[in-house]
Design a protein around this ligand. Structure first.
Ligand SMILES: Nc1ncnc2c1ncn2[C@@H]1O[C@H](COP(=O)(O)OP(=O)(O)OP(=O)(O)O)[C@@H](O)[C@H]1O
Length: 238
């Protein structure tokens, strides 16, 4: 599903070249749930943005769902993001002047789906994220956990095979955070949606079947969940 080959992201600063990502290789299979962990500034969000076609690598190859992202122009990358990837962010990124239903329908409208099609899909998505009856409310009228569920419904609208989540539980209390992780796990288990989630929280990462640790732009650990869970990861995160 995701192949990253010798990928670097370099920023030219006055002080010289800065490698936000330095020559990384990863393969993530379809249906995996992978967490990306590491200290602040280690390159986690940069990696997620490259995978999602929000940014381009300075060198290396990036292949997502069979598409070589390096070769896409701006318009093609927009279409790639809309059709192939669902994004979920820490601060939800809902549009405040639009209702819950309108927020969820954004990519469907952009893709010129019919009104009937949009209505049916939005009702189904509201049901899937347990927000039936909330479609005509505005984001500010919902709790943080509910807003994040709207964001997940919006991410699912185009039926993507891949969800990229950047600190999806970062603004939530324990209970709401657990609900969001349970929802992501359900999508992963029942619909085989591939999930890549950046998180600082080892408890959140435990929901994933694989933890990739980045430090100073380089992958320093990459482990699948074993019989001991992720216990052996603790040393590389210290
Ligand atoms: N546009 C930019 N110009 C220069 N440096 C940048 C730019 N964007 C990011 N960086 C640097 O790249 C590094 C990686 O940033 P990134 O946001 O990927 O880190 P992160 O691991 O997601 O951090 P956090 O956990 O704090 O969100 C940081 O040192 C950051 O300052």
């Amino acid at each position: 599903m995701i192949t990253i080959q010798e990928v670097s992201k370099v920023y030219s600063l006055e002080s010289g070249d800065f490698f936000a990502l330095n020559n990384n290789n990863i393969h993530i299979n379809k249906g995996e749930f992978a967490a990306i962990m590491g200290p602040s500034g280690s390159g986690k969000s940069t990696l997620l943005q490259l995978i999602g076609g929000l940014d381009q690598p300075s060198s290396g190859n990036l292949i997502v769902d069979g598409i070589q992202l390096n070769n896409l122009n701006e318009k093609e990358r927009t279409l790639f993001r809309r059709k192939k990837v669902g994004f979920v962010f820490q601060n939800y990124q809902l549009l405040p002047m639009m209702t819950v239903s309108e927020n969820i329908a954004l990519s469907l409208s952009a893709n010129k789906a019919s009104k009937t099609e949009i209505n049916l899909r939005v009702q189904q998505l509201l049901k899937d994220v347990n927000l039936e009856g909330k479609g005509s409310q505005f984001p500010s009228q919902l709790s943080g956990g509910q807003q994040q569920r709207v964001a997940i419904a919006r991410a699912l609208a185009m039926k993507p095979q891949l969800i990229l989540a950047d600190e999806p539980t970062g603004n939530l209390d324990q209970k709401n955070g657990e609900d969001i992780l349970a929802l992501l796990s359900k999508l992963n288990n029942e619909e085989q949606i591939t999930i890549v989630m950046v998180t600082h929280d080892l408890q959140a990462a435990a929901a994933a079947g694989r933890i990739i640790v980045i430090r100073d732009g380089e992958i320093v650990n990459d482990q699948k969940k074993g019989v001991l869970g992720h216990e052996s990861m603790a040393s590389s995160l210290a």
